[in-house]
Design a protein around this ligand. Structure first.
Ligand code: 1CP
Length: 347
């Protein structure tokens, strides 16, 4: 069965023409059918914890666009929520958590208690594997420990992660304890997703770019390496993608030292830099600016050609450099898929 899944063959070192395509946040508010299902679910986390509805919104973009991969609908904040740190999604504002402040707060997090909610997400994966077309790759995911910790310590999203960077400098022992819990929980969570039918995994480190080099090693590379090693021990040959957003000049080291099979490149990474440091050495994914997909038209088409011509000669998966934004016109996504799949794009 898996052999039919075209996207997975890039991990055998094959450059495909046309390249496989999926988009980060391909399920979401830009689609009217997502908004309708979301309204039925009530809260955002209710949507994540109702397998029939979570599977439905995962399938919506596949029905519309026939992407090569489907990404499980859930959120990186399912992990802190399952560990016992209640997460709320405030309409129009984003996630809110009661910030962890002490070693005692970290000690209260419970991997045993997380099993119940992890099980619900695994049930969504199981449904998806049954309902997806056989050729569609199913991607499981989690947030990387550093990025998830920034929400657990900061209590919400922030642009500089200052609260968490300060915490880690002030009390590295407690911060390490938190990262260790997140590593262990992530392995349990992802192992459950793979056993339920996920073909590959992606680890989202959206805030990797805010750390200096020593802290990048300690809080980004080391925990990611441990998660990847543990999962590969459980599931030899399982492809794992990293998304160290904003890692910039740390990218090649991230590739060599974490053991990931591919790197999702953010919008700011220059194509020639990706070509010179990552492409051909690992699977590369990316990196169209989500706002260019909102704008559409000739500039979008020009950039898509440039990306595919520069990166498509080596094992490559077309994607955005960050998630789709809610303002994206659904017809621009249709045009993008048509364009990436048009014959002779490389020519
Ligand atoms: O109103 C809504 O319906 C909620 C919007 C939404 C959606 C659609 C959130 C809230 N999460 C999601 C789904 C989601 N989140 C997926 C599902 C699969 C898909 O891609 O289709 C995934 C993979 C994520 C991952 C995620 N959540 C990340 C990592 C990737 C990234 O975008 O950087 C992060 C940082 C989050 C946290 C989060 N969840 C939601 C929001 C608005 C945020 C960002 C909060 C902030 O920092 O301000």
């Amino acid at each position: 069965m898996k052999a039919q899944r075209r996207l997975l063959t890039v991990f055998d070192g094959r450059a495909l023409s046309p390249p496989p395509i999926w988009l980060m946040r391909q399920a979401g508010r830009y689609l009217p059918e997502y908004r309708a299902t979301r309204a039925k679910a009530g809260g955002f986390l209710d949507l994540c914890y109702t397998p029939a509805l979570a599977a439905e919104v995962t399938l919506q973009p596949i029905r519309r666009y026939g992407f090569d991969a489907s990404i499980l609908f859930a959120d990186i904040l399912v992990v802190p929520d399952a560990l016992g740190q209640a997460v709320r999604f405030v309409e129009g504002e984003g996630p809110r958590l009661d910030p962890l402040r002490s070693a005692a707060d970290v000690a209260r997090l419970s991997i045993a208690a997380a099993a119940q909610k992890f099980g619900i997400v695994a049930e969504t994966v199981q449904r998806l594997r049954q309902d997806l077309p056989a050729e569609t790759t199913l991607i499981g995911f989690c947030g990387a420990p550093w990025t998830v910790a920034t929400y657990m310590i900061g209590g919400q999203g922030s642009n500089d992660q200052a609260a968490t960077r300060s915490f880690a400098y002030r009390d590295p022992v407690t911060f390490q304890a938190l990262v260790d819990v997140l590593v262990e929980a992530s392995v349990v969570y992802l192992d459950g997703q793979v056993r339920a039918g996920a073909d590959m995994l992606q680890i989202f480190d959206s805030w990797a770019g805010s750390l200096p080099e020593d802290e990048f090693d300690r809080w980004v590379i080391a925990p990611t390496r441990k998660i990847v090693a543990d999962l590969k021990r459980l599931h030899p040959g399982l492809p794992v993608m990293g998304f160290p957003r904003g890692a910039g000049l740390h990218g090649a080291r991230f590739m060599r030292e974490t053991g990931v099979d591919g790197i999702s490149c953010d919008t700011s990474m220059p194509l020639q830099h990706i070509r010179g440091t990552l492409s051909g050495r690992t699977v590369v994914q990316g990196n169209l600016d989500p706002l260019l997909l909102v704008a559409g038209g000739a500039p979008l088409e020009r950039r898509v050609r440039e990306i595919v011509r520069t990166l498509g000669v080596n094992p490559f998966i077309f994607n955005l450099g960050h998630g789709i934004v809610p303002e994206t016109p659904p017809e621009h996504v249709a045009r993008l898929v048509e364009l990436v799949r048009s014959p002779g794009l490389l020519g």
